[in-house]
Design a protein around this ligand. Structure first.
Ligand code: AMP
Ligand code: GLY
Length: 423
């Protein structure tokens, strides 16, 4: 099979890495990819949002399977375009991807299907939203309806901050059209868990759970980021929660979608808050998580390729999905200043030696090759994943590997998977 992976982050490197181990994979392309994917696949210089060029490339090169990494390509309808050309593609259609691309659509569906989530109100007028800021209980969470590069969620601890968030989203349009409508919702307390499931219409199969570390600084301080590290499995998950997740979230969701004529095929990743009152959905993501993928796939013993094909073509019920019981920890090495402004083009040293360490896998994110060197090209630069028989061992291996890697301005959290999930 010839495979195309669309995207250029750590998630995509992990997908390429895992798919390259499949006995059925002949050639793998990554568009546009990074310096890591270039070592194990063929990079194609088409940006992930140039949908017409991607379709042309897949058609001309007779690609048997295309796997879409990023959310914005899905929201723009890349899957519909591929399907119209009879190209096999992994990911939900534009209609189904609204679960992630419109938080209001997701809220309305959850409300109709009685799926537990934060109490929320929707606003399309800033005047009404500002008035509501005066009476709502604090703290409160303000969310842009659309995709905003992971920055469209603001937790406000006082009324001035809440009003400022509303103004910046709805009046100043800090996130463009994504902030035309907003949600103001109750702030939930508890611990978060990332759940990944392959979904094929009404059937679904769970993959391993993971716990992301979203804040920039140690001790969960500082601004939210795309994710600074992750651990799998999540230590706040158990069989009782999995049972509740299936009966109160997944089944009603898939029933609701199919009743409305929406067929979801792809990866569904609900972000959950585990509260004293049970599970609550924070958001639905319609694609693999980043950095969750960098801890889930290294634990996956099964071949990923037939799982993706079964998700598209049916038969998901019958495939075996096995995971390594060991723990995986990934730590993100970021550019100084991320998630704010940062510099790029810094030379990265020590990658060769680190690649030789056992039970360690380096996934590239914001990297590229330049004049024979690997240099930084993004905010999140590398994800260093290690497996271990215990969290402590996995952490030790990951941080020992990090000790050998250097680039100007490199910063990372030292406490990934250090403390158990808050209870
Ligand atoms: P979302 O994009 O909706 O997942 O939001 C991003 C992050 O904001 C989540 O992973 C949580 O850390 C936080 N968050 C979102 N909604 C809430 C909420 N209702 N209560 C508390 N934290 C939230
Ligand atoms: N790590 C969270 C996400 O991929 O949305």
């Amino acid at each position: 099979m010839k495979i195309l992976v669309v995207g250029s982050g750590g998630r995509e490197h992990a997908l390429v890495w895992k798919l390259s181990q499949s006995s059925e994979a002949d050639r793998i392309f990554c568009a546009p990819g990074n310096a890591g994917t270039e070592e194990i696949a063929e990079n194609v210089s088409i940006p992930a949002n140039d949908l017409p060029k991607l379709v042309c490339f897949a058609k001309e090169n007779r690609i048997d399977l295309t796997v879409i990494g990023p959310d914005d390509a899905l929201a723009a309808g890349i899957v519909d375009l591929f399907e119209a050309k009879k190209l096999r593609v992994f990911g939900p259609t534009k209609e189904a991807a609204r679960l992630e691309a419109s938080k209001i659509f997701a809220k309305e569906l959850m409300s109709a299907e009685k799926i537990p989530t934060a109490q929320a109100r929707t606003f399309s007028s800033s005047a009404e939203a500002l008035t509501y800021c005066d009476e709502v209980a604090l703290p409160v969470v303000i969310k842009a309806d659309g995709l905003a590069l992971g920055k469209g969620v603001i937790m406000a601890h006082d009324r001035a901050d809440a009003r400022q968030a509303v103004r910046s989203m709805m009046e100043e349009r800090a996130f463009g059209e994504a902030g035309r409508r907003i949600i103001i919702e109750e702030c939930l307390r508890g611990s978060e868990c990332s759940v990944h499931a392959l979904v094929s219409g009404k059937s679904f199969r769970m993959l391993a759970t993971a716990r992301d570390h979203k804040r920039a600084l140690d001790g969960d301080e500082g601004p939210n980021t795309g994710g600074m590290g992750a651990v799998s499995p999540a230590d706040n998950w158990n069989t009782e929660r999995e049972g509740n997740f299936t009966s109160s979230i997944m089944q009603p969701l898939l029933d609701g979608l199919t009743r409305n004529g929406t067929m979801f095929r792809g990866l569904l990743f609900p972000g959950l808050m585990i509260t004293d009152d049970g599970l609550r959905v924070l958001e639905f993501n319609c694609r693999f998580g980043d950095p969750e993928t960098q801890v889930i796939l290294p634990r996956m013993k099964s071949d990923l390729l037939p799982l993706l094909v079964a998700t598209i073509e049916g038969g998901l019920e019958n495939v075996a999905i096995e995971f390594d019981p060991r723990i995986a920890v990934t730590v993100i090495l970021a550019s100084g200043g991320y998630p704010g402004k940062y510099e790029t083009g810094k030379s990265i040293e020590g990658l060769k030696n680190t690649a030789r360490l056992s039970e360690v896998q380096i996934f590239h994110a914001g990297t590229k090759r330049q004049e024979g060197k690997t240099v930084t090209s993004g905010g999140r630069v590398l994800a260093i994943t290690a497996l271990g028989g215990s969290v402590t061992q996995a952490r030790e291996r990951a941080y020992a590997a990090i000790d050998q890697i250097r680039f100007d301005g490199c910063r990372f959290r030292r406490d990934i998977a250090l403390r158990p999930a808050p209870t």
